[in-house]
Design a binder for this molecule. Sequence first.
Ligand SMILES: O=C(O)CCC(=O)C(=O)O
Ligand SMILES: [Fe+2]
Length: 607
Amino acid sequence: MAALRALEEAAAAQWRTAGGHALEARLSPLADESRASFVLLQTAALLDARAALAKASLQSINSAPAPPPPPRPRRAPHRDDDDESDGSALQGALVRRNVRRGKPELELCAGAHAAPDGSLRLLLPAVMGAEECEQLVAGGLVAMAGAFARCGQTTLGLSPALAHRMRPAAPPPHASPPHASPPHASPPHASPPHASPPHASPPHAYPLHASPLHASPPHASPPAASSPPAAAEPTLPLLYRTVERARRAVAAAFGEAAPTLRTSDATLTRLQPPAAAGAAAAVLDVGALRADRFVYSRPHLDQVSVAEYEYSALLYLVGHEGGGERGSFGGGRLLFHDEDADRVVLPRPGLLVAFRSGAPNLHSVEEVTHGSRFALTMWFTTLPQSADEAAAVDPVHAAMQRWAVEEAEALAHGRPPPPPPPPPPPLGCAGALPTREESILSAALCSLPANDRLCQALLRARASGAPLCDSLASGVGLPVEQAHCAPSCTDAEVEAALDSLRDEDFHPLLRGRVKTLRALTTTLHRAIAQRGGALDVGNGLGSAPVERVRGSDCKGTSDDFSLFDAAPCVRNDVDATDATRGSREDELDVLHKVERPTTEDPFAVFD
Ligand SMILES: O=C(O)CCC(=O)C(=O)O
Ligand SMILES: [Fe+2]
């Protein structure tokens, strides 16, 4: 199993950079679960990336010159995809008047404060307990595996697509089912009306999986059996419960009737130093790749972006380093840019900040200098939903929201709370880790705004049946084999794992991919050997070495077969029929585009 350790470590390093360090530093038991799920997903992404590279290499052997890499996208237009606010005269005037260097800074403490127009700015601590915040971070990290970032910001909208990302896979065969009645995940100090109810959750609903990468863990007892009870608490219902808790708190504080205050939008957001986004952070930063001008640190009014927003609320899940907590982040303070001073909020886990979304509250988030800042960002409105909007709400999302309201009502009236709704149907193949295509689609749906041009291009590709990986690659200006964020393992590490282990040694959910990759690699080696042989004859090089396939370093290679390019074109048709055995058809459709040989036996040419 030592050969798997390098793969595991590469993915675990991504998890740490993606924010896992905050959990590790607190020695949270959820860390193990979150890391294991993330590692499993990212290892699948690594195998997918290697397979994509092998396919590309096979294609380049079969069809002479490779297509030129897509042109880099043009610089983003002045008005960015997800930000209408630059056009606002009101916001512009406030920025000119209030955003300047050298202003005094006043730190806001917990409690009620007045905005310049007299409206409330609320800082309500301990709305969520520390363990609840940790669980949202642990689950968020898994949900963000393979999601897109934009200039250091990864945003997952509370949506069915997010629901799918919170249940990435079926549990491995050796894992124990979650406890039928999970004990409270809430800490004892959480205020009683907010405590998690002792409901029975359906087995395996929205799990974070305690899934090691390898099939037979070296330890005697399966990890799930020794996992602490908090790990069994499903994360998605907790997310909806948190939004509902915030909604009720905002309604109460601002004097709105709870039933008429509607959640307009809610997102789980991670902010990182812009430079951290990239392979190391397990994030494909489409904003950085497209040179978007939009950055999270710009001063803005929320209501300018979306007119129906009336109340903005932030619920912080990780603390600022000023709070002295381990695993905290630097920078990332919330600033209210008032005319006389900047009023500063230091995020703390469980702290709810709420304010009116309109004119007096020009605000920004400082750039995060280190670590990862996780928060729930919510906007509420009293404006009724239009009939069209109501009809378009996804039933999974609607059921979750209804359940969260019912649960809060039941707890408020001392009634037994209802169990959460069943998990949503799987996006792709039930029980499997998502394919690369599925992963791209769900990332588009939950981590990009609907008006983002990449999101629209991906949805168009899906509608027309075109490969999403091609659209993604051209959208961010990368060759297709580089448009991913799989862990960066060396060739030697991946080859060592493939060479020294049997399929059965891998986690059951990875075996199909391992088989595919082995078959592709074998086919590729044969093709290269064959091409090398032809060269020997064709160009008189005699013992010209046959270059071993470099495989992927996941950063892409210029051309694995450049050795052969100068040779007279001796065409060796290669099929990869081997590669299709034991794997899913849809993962391999690219192979069918490789020209097939005329002989019955695709490998006869090599024998
Ligand atoms: O995370 C924060 O503190 C503020 C975020 C924000 O201003 C926004 O998303 O509109
Ligand atoms: Fe904002």
